[in-house]
Design a protein around this ligand. Structure first.
Ligand code: KG4
Length: 339
């Protein structure tokens, strides 16, 4: 008999549902929320309302596109945390209700584990190389910047992490200071392609071990702009491509330097990239260079699996189902939790 997992993700501003059958992805449907663009960041109350509107059609579409009947579902995997509580509650309540009505087990998924396990998502007829255990993963998103060691799907250890802002958060805030839109990552990425990454220098942190820090960079970027605008009110408009390219280079240099250190210290040279910031062109290039010159064996996710999606949640759920790791129906969502 086949194992069919329905995955549900609603931790931030994407409502997503996916179906995995015997480890193969059949569908992955995501409704994003453009409403937050006007506010320069995710507004929690608006996010949970949009999830409420989207959850039924998104799950319905995921089941239809997978061409299965809901009665065939073996278990429901859902993101229990970390994330925005109001957003999480929509997906978690829906998953619990559906699991109870179908009489199938509920599987708890950590959102961050999901991002890492995105590397194991397999589509039909896809012949892909998955990272062998143990591997290192750079997990970079709007809320996290971590280097983790992955020894098994459920054995993930943090080697280093940001002590203040995440890389994505720093990019988004610098983009906001420049008067660009939200989220800043894709905008900075696009502008940076036409700019000179050596045009401006920004401060880099000096943090011991494998930890990161991005708040100093954000502040130095802000003060730099403030001083330049005093001299020339059109400074940002006239230099936005160079500013984006220089900021992006600084962030990628910081991320890669610590990752190199982690490879050296652990002796593990299978290195994966995960999370929303892994969509960044320059960061991907920095990985590709190390893959081409065989310094590292690299694993870069498909663009569709860089941002929040339920395929990664269903994948995690599939492994847990095989290990019969189920979650009590009364277990609550949790906004704050580590890996
Ligand atoms: O993983 P994610 O979708 O959400 C969580 O934070 O969980 O990551 C979102 C972050 C945002 O900060 C966004 O600006 C950033 O990923 N991002 C990018 C790019 N695309 C998204 N950052 C740099 N370059 C990109 N192309």
């Amino acid at each position: 008999m086949s194992t069919i997992i329905l995955g549900i993700e609603s931790s931030c501003d994407d409502t997503s549902a996916a179906v995995i059958k015997d480890g193969i992805l059949l569908s992955n449907v995501t409704a994003s929320q453009a409403i937050h663009e006007a506010y320069g960041g995710v507004v929690p109350e608006l996010a949970s309302r949009a999830h409420q509107k989207n959850i039924v059609p998104v799950v319905d579409q995921a089941i239809k596109r997978a061409n299965i009947d809901k009665k065939d579902i073996s278990a429901i995997a859902v993101t229990l945390g970390p994330g925005l509580m109001g957003s999480l509650l929509v997906g978690v309540s829906f998953a619990k209700g559906l699991a109870l009505s179908l009489g199938v087990p509920l599987i708890e998924t950590n959102h961050l584990h999901g991002h890492i396990l995105a590397h194991f998502i397999k589509e039909e007829n896809e012949n892909k190389t998955v990272p062998p255990y143990p591997f290192l993963c750079l997990l970079v998103s709007g809320g996290n910047s971590q280097i983790v060691k992955v020894s098994a799907y459920n054995k993930i250890e943090i080697l280093g992490q940001t002590i203040d802002d995440a890389a994505g958060e720093a990019i988004d805030k610098c983009s906001k200071v420049m008067g660009l839109g939200y989220p800043g990552g894709p905008i900075i990425d696009r502008l940076a392609r036409q700019g000179n990454p050596e045009a401006f220098q920004f401060s880099k942190p000096n943090i011991p071990g494998l930890d990161y820090s991005f708040s100093g960079l954000k502040t130095s970027f802000l003060y730099f702009l403030r001083d330049k605008i005093k001299e020339n009110p059109n400074f940002i408009e006239e230099n936005k491509e160079d500013l984006a390219a220089s900021l992006e280079k600084t962030i990628v240099d910081i991320l890669i330097k610590k990752l190199q250190k982690a490879v050296k210290e652990t002796g593990i040279n299978h290195v994966a990239l995960s999370g929303g910031v892994s969509a960044n062109t320059k960061l991907r290039e920095a990985f590709q260079v190390r893959g081409q010159n065989k310094t590292w064996n690299i694993y870069i996710p498909k663009f569709s699996y860089t941002t929040d999606n339920a395929a990664m949640i269903a994948m995690n759920g599939y492994y847990k189902y095989l290990d019969k790791e189920f979650c009590p129906i009364e277990k609550p969502a949790f906004a704050r939790v580590t890996i």
